[in-house]
Design a protein. Sequence first.
Lengths: 244, 222, 237
Amino acid sequence: MSTTISQSGPPVVEVAELTRAFGSRTAVSGVTFSLAAGECLALFGPNGAGKTTLLRVLAGLLKPTSGKARISGISLPGGSRARARVGLISHHTLLYDALSPRENVSFAARLYGIQQPGERVDDALRRMSMLERADAPVRFLSRGMQQRVSIARAMVHSPQIVLADEPYSGLDDSGARALTSLLRELLSAGTSIIIVTHNLLEGLSLATHAAVMQRGKFVRYDRADRIDPGSYAALYREALAASA
Amino acid sequence: MKISWLPVAAGAAVVATVIRAAFFTPLEAKQGAAQKIFYLHVPAAWVAFLAFFFVAVASGVYLWLRDPRLDRFAESSAEVGVVFTTVVLITGPLWAKPIWGTYWAWWDVRLVSTLFLWFIYLAYLVLRGAIESPELRARYSAVLGILGALLIPFIHLSVYLFSTMHPLPIVGKPSKPSLPSEMLLTLMISLFSFTLLYFAFLRSRYAYAVERDARASRLEHA
Amino acid sequence: MPLFTGRRSPPVPDILSAAWLIARKDLAIEFRTRTAFLSAVVFALLGLVIFYFAWDPTAVTTTDLAPGVLWVIFTFSGLLGLHRSFGVEMADHAIDGILASPVSREAVFLGKAIANLVFVIAVQLIAIPALVIFYNLPLATVAGPLLAIALLAAIGLVAVGTLFSAMAVNTRLAELLLPMLALPFFVPIVVGAAQATAKLLSGRPVVEVAAWIKLLMAFDIIFVAACTLAYPFTVED
């Protein structure tokens, strides 16, 4: 079931001919799209397509090589101001395994300027059902639980934009449901989301827009309400084959 | 194969220097024949520091402009420089033993500074060898290049302070010899020829780096 | 290549041949990369150099030797703690969490350096009293200046060490590379601190102690600034 598409407002994420190269290797090549508040872009594509690099540029970890990108109207590289608006769920958990979930999430909250994070930390952990295990060091938790903490960590500062790089990896059924309901709630509240996932149906169920990326380029870009989820898999394979 | 003028000129200059130093320069009164190593030792030290100066400058400009050619230049200068530095460290004891009676002269600011230059060069080259990604390698080497250049004055100062406060019991530490004009001329010629040699080596090493990077980049795109 | 035909398998190497086989493989790997060997060689050579400058050539009594011992130990134990500084960020790429947050790169460097400084000072707080006890030093007279020297030395060590551990952690064989990078830079610190301490303890004129302290201060000012400015360049961008 796709989310209700509201009227597109002013763009929160604007990307125009964005390119990122590493020496002679171009990881992101001329990508263009925009996302308004409450919209969700599902980003599909094979390994090595440049999806993670695109997210890292938007997260402020990498500078664009050329092209333009704006987060909440701030041109990238936007420094602290741009990074403050973004929450990143990465490939890696970004956690310190000697610290507890509560300590990890509190540290993150304070990095984003939240002075007394206690309540918000509890709230974030509760949403991902990790409040009962909030005080044991992370290294004693299973991969799935660590992923839940990692998600709580990304959300605690109520970001305007969430960049999620395969956020479902490691999650069991209940974890996946908690994440999906959290993401839907965020979208209704006006957060913009870019989600990288290998699961086409999962991605489409949340998305307002869907893109297929290969070798740094968008080889397909659709509005989700114009896609039939059932036939998208074939379209996906076609798009990859056409640009090979 | 096209023979360029630079290596020929450098080679000729070095040969001329050796001949002049060996046969046409007077023997130094106190030190005798061993003193002739001076004409090898001092220019090599000059080149060692000159090469590092270029490494440092190229490093600084690289961090500003991020042009890979600057990184290749720094890398080449470092490899050539470390060779000259090794020459200094070998000729130093060879010269010191017959003249001062000791292989190593801790009071000799130039010698000890060159030793540290050698350590920095080595760290620079090993650092480069430990990084796969060309961009990261260039950036990190550049940082080390600049910091290394900042270190050298402190080493100089430390050794100088140390030697002035610890006058050594060894008799016969030579004060700076005033060079008669004959020797000075030989020294100037050898400085010139070593500098030419440096540029000759630098250019061919740089050409090698260009070729190697072009080959690597072709492989990547294959 | 002959396939298995059900007959007896070739004889397993005996203990000596097997040991030699494994030794050859280890040496082949080490020869190819050479980092560990070079690092150990440089460590040894620099150790020799540091020992020379840390002591007064006329040292005779244990009181004369003590300062050199203290500051040499300080450098090598400092190295042990430095790797931890960025090593702790590696496991789950936690550093990305900090870098993606609004805090500035310089803040990351200073934060790491402060943590290292606390670590180094904590070790000094144990090592210096131990030194006083083991070497029977007349500490009371020089406690104040000694603390000042200790602080200056710690600051210099931490500034350089934090920067290089940020770099080393992103390379192959990080723990081996860190001493190679950092030890040449520690030499002015060790020499300055050891000579200043020695002169203090043997009651030399203030002028001589002052010269070394000024060296330490100059080193600290220049390298704290240089390393703080250099750190952002070590972050991928």
